[in-house]
Design a protein around this ligand. Structure first.
Ligand code: ZN
Length: 295
């Protein structure tokens, strides 16, 4: 197979087939990232300041990616170049502590061991299209979870809820707005009347619709879709799929977790009213994805 030309050099290594992990909030992106990050020679970043700034700039202004495609690609590449750089100060494998100034900016001893790169920053999903333009050989792993459990988890997460504050949820200058799940005038008109559970469900609905569109536009060699609920008890199969798809030697052991995965926790965590609010917003998507029985 012909190697596409690399477009970024990090720590002296050509970035080829970077892996981006995508999903709605609380859908298990971190679990996949952790397992990928333990694979030999694989460095996966998450939530680096420069990347997160770029992600939110694009998430909140989706039109930016289209209007200034080349500028957006350059912005994303620069952000990842920074987050993938391994120096004694930024490297998660270095011991930390004081570093002599002349060594601080140079690649650390681990940098040469990294041959593959990836990122699993929160809300990376909203730049999936821009990422395809910035890295033409990029591959994507997306993970889907029951929207009722996602809404229940978001309701207990202050950071997730902070996006709904009026100052941040400025819906006037962007339409559609996949970050909030708003697709048309009807969604926008209804938005102020939605409960917080309904707003969480709308964000989930927007995310899974984006995932479905990605599925439609990328082939199986570029995009792999996992289901959160299949991960538990399916660690061996999932690790195998990840190995085959990414080329990273992912170990099933790294996918095993000791805490509860919270599958079906919405039954205890959502009130009857909240369940109804989630169903009203996301019922069709829950059915389409096989999470709720048609009624
Ligand atoms: Zn290091």
């Amino acid at each position: 197979m012909k190697q596409p030309p690399y477009i970024l050099l990090v720590n002296g290594t050509k970035v080829r087939r970077p892996v981006f992990v995508l999903g709605a909030p609380h859908s298990g992106v971190d679990l996949i990232a952790r397992a990928l990050g333990k694979a030999p020679g694989f460095h996966i970043s998450s939530g680096h300041g420069s990347v997160q700034d770029a992600v939110y700039a694009l998430a909140r202004r989706p039109s930016m990616a289209e209007e200034r495609a080349s500028g957006t690609a350059a912005l994303l590449r620069a952000a990842f170049a920074e987050s993938w750089q391994l120096t004694p100060r930024t490297c998660p494998y270095c011991p930390g502590g004081p570093v002599p100034a002349r060594e601080a900016a140079a690649p650390c001893r681990h940098a040469g061991e990294v041959s593959r790169f990836g990122d699993a920053s929160p809300d990376l999903l909203y730049c999936a299209t821009a990422l395809q333009a910035a890295f033409e050989d990029a591959v994507f792993v997306q993970i889907i979870r029951d929207g009722r459990d996602v809404a229940a988890a978001m309701l207990g997460d202050e950071h997730a809820l902070s996006w709904f504050r009026p100052a941040l949820a400025n819906l006037d200058h962007e339409m559609p707005n996949p970050f909030f799940g708003i697709e048309d005038e009807k969604d926008r008109a209804q938005y102020p009347r939605l409960s917080t559970a309904g707003k969480c469900a709308l964000r989930w609905r927007g995310a899974v619709r984006l995932s479905a569109r990605l599925r439609g536009s990328l082939g199986a060699d570029r995009l792999m879709t996992l289901r959160y609920e299949d991960l538990f008890g399916g660690e061996v199969e999932t690790a195998e799929q990840l190995r085959e798809f990414t080329g990273a030697r992912v170990s099933a052991v790294e996918l095993v977790r000791s805490d509860s995965p919270g599958i079906g926790s919405w039954r205890n965590r959502l009130s009857a009213e909240q369940r109804e609010d989630v169903r009203a917003v996301a019922g069709a998507e829950l059915k389409r994805l096989g999470y709720a029985k048609p009624r």
